[in-house]
Write a protein that binds this ligand. Sequence first.
Ligand SMILES: [Zn+2]
Length: 283
Amino acid sequence: MSHVRIDVLQRAARRGGYAIPHLLGGTTELVVGQLRAAEQLRSPLAFGFAPEVLPMIPLEIALPVTVSAAEHAAVPVATQLEHTADFEMIVRAIRLGVSSVMFDGSQLPYEENVAGTAEVVRVANAFGVAVEAELGAVGGSAVRTQAPVEALLTEPEAVVDFVARTGVHSLAVSFGNAHGTYATLPELDYDRVREICSLVDIPIVMHGGSGLTAEQYRHSIEAGISDIHCYTAIAVRAWDDVGNRISALDDTPPYHEIVGHTVDFFCENALRIIEILGSRRTC
Ligand SMILES: [Zn+2]
């Protein structure tokens, strides 16, 4: 079956020395273009959906589009509702068929993050759905509807306690990475990732992965990261790129043809990300 849990893909990536390209789903253009790239390069893929997109696209439309694409894919694809501490929304996402959810309690006091994550894990386990949590806080904001979050580095000792008490399946960590666009290249603390990976057996995830150098991706993967989220660096270029493609044409195309150009843009970007993360021809 092509629709799989995210931790299954992450564990295979760790063993294989590459990272899962974790891209945004939820719109037809994103899903069709990026899946085409994954199938072309025989790469596993993760589609996330962030609640910040909900004012534009309802959950009940975004997730079925993404889940259906995963179910009909020629490569293994995981689907995930990301970055929410809203228990009800997580249950709705599970009902809509996602293979994975993320309970983001990074803005809560530690004990509340533990309790909230453990509660989601209990429910998700009953449905065979994987849960990712976040410890420390990945700074920045990938979307402009949300104020930037202040970064708080993940403490390795806290990870041991957190994983033992929550039973969570994978964990997003903060080691200098941030959501959104990097004004200057960040200093990434690879030793922190290495230490965390030596202490716990669950996959470790990097959010805020767009706009880094090829070397930074490679070092992150070598340190133990098995899943890298990329969105903003692609997203902010979409308008200019698609606009250029259309202005090069003789006539202004009808809307569905503009969608085609957008699909091509996201496909080309995904091809590049898959090459950089080393997941080509791994499935
Ligand atoms: Zn994120």
